[in-house]
Structures are given as C-alpha cells and as structure tokens.
Design a protein around this ligand. Structure first.
Ligand SMILES: C[S@@+](CC[C@H](N)C(=O)[O-])C[C@H]1O[C@@H](n2cnc3c(N)ncnc32)[C@H](O)[C@@H]1O
Length: 286
C-alpha cells in the first residue's frame, strides 16, 4: 500500500526507477559527500525560532534525522518540535523510514509529489532542502504550494547546484564517456534535473512569482570528500552513466569505465576523492 500522490511527471518515473535503487544503495557515500550541506541546513534551522520543519526531496532522510536530533536538543522548544521529510520516491521514503526507526529518530515521512501535495496551510515554520527542489516540472506552482504550507514569516533555505560548467566533478563521467556513447543525453538549460537551478536570476524569479520575499541567492563553494574506495561505485551507479552503462556491451562498458576512471584521477588525493561543489544557498521568507 502506498501513500504516493500520483502525478504525470517524468521525474516521478525517474525517481521510482533504477535511480532510486542506486541512490538507496549509495546513500552512505552520498551522505558523507554532502555532509557539509546537511550541517549548513541544520545550523540554519537552529538559527530560526520555529520548530516545525519540512525537508523537500528528503531522499533517504539524512537531513531529516540531523534536524530532528537538533530539534530534540532545543529544550525550550521541545513542545511540537517535528521534522517532516517529503519525497516522490517510494524506495527512498521506505529507506528513510527504516533508517530513522533503526536509529531511534522520531520524524515523519510523506511519499508524495511536493509540488502538488495538499499540505495543511501554515503547518511549518521552515522549509529546507538539500538538492531536492530542482526537479519540479512547474517550479512556480511548486514553490507557491510550499509557501502556503509555511506560516507567514516562515523561512525557506535550500542548496542547489550552480551550472554544470562550474561543477567539473559532477560532469566528469559524462564528458569522459561521451566519445563512446553517441546518444549521450544532452542537458537542456533550465530543464528539471540536477542543474535545473543553475541560473540564479531564474531561481529568484521563480521564488518571487510564487510569493516568497526577502530572496537571497548566494554562491557557496563547498569542499566535499568521499573515500577513494567508494569512487567506482559512485561513478558507475549514479548520474547519466548509471543509466547508460547497463545498455552497453561488455567491451564498450570496459572502455567507458576506463576513460571515466582516468577522468576522475585529478580528484584523487591519497585515500580520498576531493572536489569543490559549486552551489547556491538560497534563502527566502513566506
Ligand atoms: C538529488 S536527490 C536529494 C536527496 C536528499 N535531499 C539528499 O540530499 O540526500 C533529489 C530527491 O528529490 C526527490 N524529488 C524529485 N522530485 C520531487 C518532487 N516533485 N517531490 C518530492 N520529491 C522529489 C527525489 O526522489 C530525490 O530523492
């Protein structure tokens, strides 16, 4: 039985297909990689007065758990303190629920499309997201829906990627694989996806048009790292390569993996893989 709100969106199909399974399996590595963003969002929550927090596109729930733990430490605000994660992916939400239960973290998880989900009006004090808001097919409608869920004066804080060109680590695999894969999907500017919010002026316009105010879109360059031993799994399972590799014959697959490994060599330092994530930290008020 699922509580998924159905919509006709290709992102829903994507995040409920092989990508979700790959994300669930790579979750430990990804959470390690993106830990600095989690810390920044937890700090942002701690700096705000409210204690009802909503995490958009929460995935397997690392940010939700970290926020819930932080809210639990706020003795003066324990009453009603709650973090809720929403995600369109059934597999991710199932994993999020299981991990939270295993770790004894009390939090709510909703499996639904955040752009259309019928949130109770003004039921949150703050919305956060780590890379979970660039996938909406109608972002103005989505952010208007999210704004209604937040009390007047409530805060929005999310991290989103700057451009593909600004993020050579994130695009190294597809660039290296391109000569071997003639029909490599081409990224469309502003299309829903990882780099859908690359244009800061567009992000600001989307928020303005959906009724948010005090909008600030600030560039942040964040040092991220994963163990070298995790690199192969990361590059072969996630992103465009995760989709393409299973379709190639063994010879082509071997060639691609070799080329891609070489492309990541500059990021390897000793036993770690290090890179700078070029992102926006976006803040606004309802
Ligand atoms: C890049 S992942 C980030 C996951 C998580 N925030 C993290 O940092 O680990 C993007 C997430 O957004 C979710 N997502 C995409 N479109 C969504 C939508 N319309 N409503 C809710 N979640 C969505 C995906 O299922 C996926 O879990």
């Amino acid at each position: 039985m699922t509580d998924m709100a159905k919509s006709d969106n290709s992102q829903q199909a994507f995040w409920n297909g092989d990508a979700a399974q790959a994300w669930v399996e790579a979750q430990g590595v990804l959470d390690q990689m993106f830990r600095p963003f989690e810390d920044a969002l937890v700090e942002a929550v701690a700096a705000q007065p409210g204690n009802r927090i909503l995490d958009i596109g929460c995935g397997t729930g690392s940010v939700v758990r970290a926020v819930s733990r932080r809210l639990g430490q706020r003795q003066e605000q324990r009453q009603g303190a709650r973090c809720t994660g929403i995600d369109i992916s059934e597999a991710m939400i199932a994993a999020a629920r299981a991990i939270a239960a295993r770790e004894g973290v009390s939090a709510d998880f909703i499996c639904a499309d955040a752009q259309t989900h019928d949130f109770a009006p003004e039921s949150f004090d703050m919305i956060v997201s780590r890379f979970g808001v660039m996938f909406f097919d109608d972002p103005v409608r989505a952010f208007a829906n999210l704004r209604r869920s937040v009390r007047s004066g409530g805060a929005l804080r999310f991290a989103a990627w700057r451009s593909a060109g600004d993020n050579p680590f994130m695009t190294a695999a597809e660039r290296a694989a391109a000569p071997f894969v003639p029909d490599m999907p081409v990224r469309q500017k502003d299309a829903p996806g990882q780099f859908g919010f690359a244009d800061q002026h567009r992000v600001a316009r989307i928020l303005e048009d959906s009724g948010w105010r005090d909008i600030a879109v600030a560039p942040i360059d964040v040092a991220c790292a994963i163990p070298k031993a995790a690199l192969d799994g990361y590059i072969t399972r996630l992103g465009p390569l995760g989709r393409i590799l299973p379709q190639l014959d063994e010879k082509a697959r071997g060639q691609v993996i070799e080329a891609v490994r070489a492309a990541f060599a500059p990021f390897v330092q000793g036993e770690e893989v290090r890179f700078i994530a070029a992102c926006w930290m976006v803040a606004a008020r309802a």
